[in-house]
Unconditional design. Sequence first.
Length: 215
Amino acid sequence: MKLNYRTFWRKSGLKGRWGDVYLSRLEKYKPKFFLEIGVFCGVTARNTCDYLFQIHGNNFKYTGIDLFGTKKNLSNDEVEPKFLKDQKFSNPLKNFYYNYIVKENLNSLDSVKNFLRKYENNINLIAGDTNTVLNKVNLNIIDFAFIDGGHSYQTVMNDLDTLYANLKGKNKVLLCDDYGKASHIPEVERAINDFSKKKSLDINVIEDRFAEIIT
Ligand SMILES: C[S@@+](CC[C@H](N)C(=O)[O-])C[C@H]1O[C@@H](n2cnc3c(N)ncnc32)[C@H](O)[C@@H]1O
């Protein structure tokens, strides 16, 4: 099956070829119960649902967690990627369309819900800080988690610890963004290294960007 990550005229954390690199991990593991931490504008969510629908029909579930504008716990500790700071687009047409015509905040729960409406029976979107809400989610069933939310040491460690407490020994996939040189965030790398050392787990680095850990 040809992998074709699309951006749908929105913003995505996975630009250019990175979308297809990401989809290749779904192609490898074919998860049915999927979790994304850090939904942002929903583009990776939509590509994930499109891909899982192609291979499983309606027999898949996507859960996505994001602050969606709610307050984060560790406000002064969080490391925010530059493109998140405000809703500015390099394409002036896009800027005009989203900020002045439709006045839509693409990182809002309403906007992402509407964007994913085709899959309304497959998705569960949760607004909140993973440091508070992740342990309230039923994580036992997750096959594949894409961890791309808060980028501070403490948040990445919390996300990994909470997931691992539920998935240990089950051979499930934890895919973390921003580990390698291609989009390096030092706190993310440090948290993933400390976590894998603590739990004696191997890190498989994908294309010098993603860190993949099998539980
Ligand atoms: C890099 S973006 C995610 C990009 C997205 N995965 C994609 O592929 O387009 C990070 C997202 O994580 C969210 N976020 C940051 N800290 C968070 C936290 N502590 N809990 C939940 N979401 C968080 C931000 O609101 C932002 O939308």
